[in-house]
Design a binder for this molecule. Structure first.
Ligand code: SIN
Length: 545
């Protein structure tokens, strides 16, 4: 029998996007850090972020104005103290990015500031239309040169090892079981501190701007370990994803509308002013719903984003990546309207954390899209997400360093992963079938417009899938498709349960049955259940039962 693979770190970071790598870099001068990623480190959602990072830079702008825009977009559910905290830290994290060598676009002597929906000032620092890629490249470069950071790719975390699972009474984390895709083996990592930074869960929908890895792993792992999650009904649909058979999941940045791009119907009519006085620059929930409404009203497959009135040189300079991508599918955005549809883009809810990114479990942190910090409320303001990633990377790292949870806290007796009661599966079709079924009904029943009946249908289907996948998980060896599907189903369940709880329409949650917005906004908080289908304790890990 193969020897079990074991390793130790002071801090285990799960996820190698902006949040995870930035936290690792803050910690590395003082702790050794192991960073795990599912794909290569270049596969994170950060790499796809086009718009930029919001910060008060223009002297005419103010922290109060950025806070107000964030609170307005969040539709009464942001935590004002967290908003104040994050907005105030924006210039520190931008300074840190400049130190790392990120070269934001310039306008003469200063950085160029773009704008996007619902911002009252130009305040989006960007690197053309590929800001995430530029930030991520610098973070990767610095992390890979740091002697205290080890990155391992092709690793899927199965579950955390916590004191409760080891039969103790307190609530703390000791490490994780990790599936090594390359070796097809399960490893154990011991660590007294774990940061979940795996991104969001938009892959739960059939159409998304996110990469394949956005399967809500951190949210599901955190919930199974015993953390509360909040605001899971608020999934943001980006209004403008390219609609083309050869290029699914490609985003057309909101910055195109920021520079004057107009949304039009097939007959050329501009429709957004009918829905909101801010037109194309209304908050995303309003724009996405307006597009959905027009598509359903006219029975059309897409609407169009028209930037053809902008100077062609401006388009090429400002949007080189988008221009190039569109050209590759035969669209010249300097001449042709771009066919677009809304697509799932960002998970506003997540593992409930405080301002240090601390969860309900000692030593366990959640940051970035995995977390619900209170910044986004019921709808995220564009370009506040990279900001949140970097601010909470810093605050969680500082908290970890101040707590001094030493490596001795890592439990030396984590039992090996036990596969003696499972076999190899010869029924992988169950996974592919359930995977596409889940994503289809989530799009249809838990999409931009909801009703009680649709949510009930989604809930019934989720219960069936949960049982099937639990059965599969209990009887067969794990693989990455199974682990991702198991996470995605749990996250879908959390989303639908949260949506069913909310008897009003607010921000990104719009239901025909309750079109009103209640006077008082209350976050939806789900407490982990002892339901075995949620805890998903496999028979083979009886030692941890
Ligand atoms: C975009 O460029 O439109 C995306 C920016 C964001 O989601 O914040």
């Amino acid at each position: 029998m193969a020897t079990h693979l074991r390793s130790q770190a002071d801090v285990l970071v799960v996820g190698a996007g902006a949040a995870g790598l930035s936290a690792a870099l803050h910690l590395a001068p003082f702790r050794n850090v192991l960073v795990l990623s599912k794909e290569s480190v270049r596969g994170s959602t950060t790499n796809r972020a086009q718009g930029g990072i919001a910060a008060v830079w223009d002297p005419a702008d103010s922290l109060e104005a950025h806070e107000k825009d964030t609170l307005n977009a969040g539709a009464g559910l942001c935590d004002p103290k967290v908003v104040e905290f994050v907005v105030a830290k924006a210039n520190d994290v931008v300074a840190n990015l400049l130190d790392l060598g990120v070269e934001f676009d310039r306008d003469g002597d200063d950085v160029h500031l773009a704008t996007e929906g619902a911002h009252s000032f130009r305040r989006v620092l960007h690197v053309a239309d590929a800001t995430g890629l530029a930030i991520s490249s610098k973070l990767i470069e610095h992390a890979s040169n740091h002697p205290n950071i080890e990155t391992r790719s092709d690793r899927v975390v199965i579950d955390l090892v916590t004191s409760v699972k080891l039969g103790r009474n307190d609530q703390s984390v000791f490490g994780a079981y990790v599936y090594n895709r390359r070796l097809d083996r399960v490893e154990t990592v011991s660590a007294p501190c774990v940061i979940l930074a795996t991104g969001g869960a938009s892959k739960v929908y059939k159409y998304t701007s996110n990469p394949d890895g956005a399967t809500g792993d951190g949210i599901a792992i955190g919930y199974r370990a015993g953390c509360r999650v909040a605001n899971m009904e608020f999934n943001q649909f980006h209004p403008t994803c390219l609609f083309h058979p050869e290029a699914r999941s490609f985003l057309i940045s909101e910055a195109v509308r920021g520079e004057g791009g107009r949304l039009i119907l097939p007959n050329g009519e501009r429709f957004m002013p009918r829905f909101d006085p801010s037109g194309e620059l209304a908050p995303r929930d309003i724009v996405a719903r307006a597009i959905d409404f027009e598509m359903k009203r006219l029975g059309i497959e897409c609407v169009f984003l028209d930037a053809s009135h902008l100077p062609s040189s401006k388009i090429k300079d400002r949007f080189p990546q988008i221009h190039h991508k569109l050209q590759s599918v035969g669209i010249d955005m300097a001449r042709d309207p771009i066919p677009i549809v809304p697509a799932a883009h960002y998970t506003c809810g997540g593992v409930l954390v405080d301002r240090h990114g601390s969860t309900d479990i000692t030593g366990l942190y959640a940051i970035g899209e995995t977390a619900c910090t209170g910044l986004h409320g019921a709808n995220r303001l564009a370009s506040n997400s990279l900001l949140e990633c970097l601010v909470f990377a810093m605050s969680s790292a500082r908290h970890i360093l101040s707590q001094n949870r030493a490596r001795d806290n890592a439990n030396p007796d984590i039992p090996d992963w036990d596969e003696s009661m499972v076999t190899n599966s010869d029924e992988d079709v169950v996974l592919t079938q359930n995977w596409s079924e889940l994503r289809r009904f989530m799009w249809n029943y838990m999409g931009i417009v909801r009703t009680d009946k649709r949510l009930e249908s989604a809930s019934r289907r989720i219960a069936l899938l949960k049982n099937e996948v639990y059965d599969y998980y209990s009887n067969y060896r794990v693989n990455s498709d199974l682990l991702e599907l198991r996470n995605l189903i749990l996250v879908a369940d959390l989303m639908v349960r949260s949506a069913q709880w909310r008897k009003e329409s607010r921000g990104l949650h719009y239901t025909i049955d309750y079109p009103q917005t209640n006077v008082r906004g209350i976050p939806s908080v789900l407490h982990p259940r002892r339901d075995p289908l949620d805890v998903f304790q496999p028979a083979r890990s009886a030692a941890l039962g």
